[in-house]
Design a binder for this molecule. Structure first.
Ligand code: GLU
Length: 435
């Protein structure tokens, strides 16, 4: 059997968008599943809008996600003579004609006015009547090819077997098939994948916040979680499992199992998946992935204490969905000057609370060691002596050292912060104005 060859064909006119990454992924998954080749073609004939910075970003985002091409990149801007050659062939065979325009000469395909029928692997039989179509422009008067022409020429030259792309390209397909027919080449198979809609079911766009993969990378989502998330937009394994490793997805992926209904972009699902991956990673792996983000934000020194940082991650591993979220919850571990949640202060800090905090502080200052067990024992004893529920010591202490009303076990947190910082924070809270 012939080798399966698919391609992802981005135009470098913007950053890699969620929808494009999903298209790239379906191509890549199919190639992997079939032991075929995944190729990348850069559609950069629009010189004004194409930018090197976008190209670099697209390639680095694809690489970050683990999708690298199996052969060298194709650049359309470097292939103008090839398109000219194909156009000339059509002119010579009287299948195309010149058109005079103000700027020069364009080349158009003569419309044979035929019925175009193709079998889309996802959507089944699709028919178009080309009677109403104008003669398709192949080469523009500025000497550059149109998208539909360059796409066909390159798909032929790259020996593409399956064109997997967004449903928004369905209307281009009959035009491209007309070009294949004129060139006497059998078209590849077409696979149009459903659009991605925003949660309000309108088309996903910048209005939904972050749409570039780079934004998700920046926020601290893991590539594996993003791959899993993208795969579920328009595809699912038969058993409705949601968390699947990239290997599992590759194994189960098939074109037949792509859905025809639009996919809905659900950020909560990405958060959930990402948190599942964090939980599943050993603390060391999670810590190594997360540390660079904190270093970049100036929250962690380059030569940070790895063991200590791992313990922080361990304490939080079931509590956060992405790195932004982690930073929000655990910033007090990394910053000397903390932010106080005013609601938490109001709820837990009052005169009584301050007096319990002070008593607790005195005792833990004298304690021989500063481990979780000792800190817990001291709190329990103090509560007993005072005849109060120990929650009345724990909650205000938590607010004093974390600025928040929620955290992992307070004793874990105290031990993580260390004696010096804890004593200082418990002292500082005494200056908090209370009624
Ligand atoms: N450059 C086109 C796009 O970004 C490629 C479409 C295709 O895959 O044929 O949508």
């Amino acid at each position: 059997m012939n080798e399966i060859r698919v391609r992802f064909a981005p135009s470098p006119t913007g950053f890699l968008h969620i929808g494009s990454a999903r298209t790239a992924l379906f191509n890549w998954l199919y190639a992997k599943n079939q032991n075929g080749k995944f190729l990348i073609r850069i559609e950069d004939t629009d010189r004004k809008r194409s930018k090197k910075e976008y190209l670099d970003e697209i390639l680095s985002s694809l690489k970050w996600l683990g999708m690298e091409p199996g052969e060298e990149l194709f650049f359309q801007s470097k292939r103008i003579p090839v398109y000219e050659k194909y156009a000339k062939k059509l002119l010579d065979e009287d299948k195309a004609h010149y058109e005079k325009t103000e700027k020069g000469k364009a080349i158009r395909l003569k419309n044979p006015k035929e019925k175009i029928i193709f079998n889309d692997i996802v959507r089944g039989k699709i028919e178009f009547d080309t009677k109403e179509f104008a003669d398709l422009v192949l080469m523009k008067s500025d000497g550059t090819p149109t998208y539909n022409f360059a796409c066909v020429v390159d798909d032929i030259e790259m020996k593409i077997t399956h064109i997997i792309r967004g449903e928004d390209h369905i209307s281009n397909t009959p035009k491209q098939i007309m070009v294949y027919n004129a060139l006497g080449v059998k078209p590849p198979k077409f696979v149009h994948i459903p659009l991605i809609l925003g949660e309000d079911r309108s088309r996903m766009s910048k209005r939904y916040g972050a749409t570039a993969i780079a934004d998700y990378k920046e926020k601290g989502y893991f590539p594996e979680a993003i791959i899993n998330f993208l795969a579920l937009m328009g595809w699912s394994p038969k058993d409705n499992r949601e968390k699947l490793s990239t290997e599992q997805i590759i194994k189960l992926f098939s074109l037949k199992s792509i859905k025809t209904t639009p996919a809905v972009f659900d950020i909560k699902k990405l958060d959930w998946l990402n948190s599942e991956y964090i939980k599943a990673y050993p603390a060391k792996k999670a810590a190594n992935l997360i540390a660079p983000f904190l270093i970049k934000k100036g929250l962690l020194k380059k030569d940070y204490d790895k063991r200590w940082f791992e313990s922080v991650i361990k304490a939080y591993s079931t509590r956060f969905s992405n790195i932004d979220d982690f930073i929000m919850q655990a910033a007090f571990c990394f910053k000397e000057k903390m932010d106080f949640d005013q609601g938490a202060v109001k709820e837990h800090i009052n005169k009584d609370a301050l007096s319990y905090i002070e008593k607790y502080r005195e005792r833990i200052e004298k304690a021989a060691s500063f481990d979780e067990k000792t800190l817990e024992k001291i709190a329990r004893q103090l509560a007993e002596e005072l005849g109060i529920n120990w929650a009345r010591i724990i909650h205000p202490t938590r607010v004093a050292v974390t600025g928040r009303s929620v955290s992992p076990s307070i004793f874990t947190v105290l031990a993580l912060l260390g004696k010096e910082r804890v004593l200082k924070r418990l002292k500082d809270i005494q200056n908090c104005p209370v009624v």
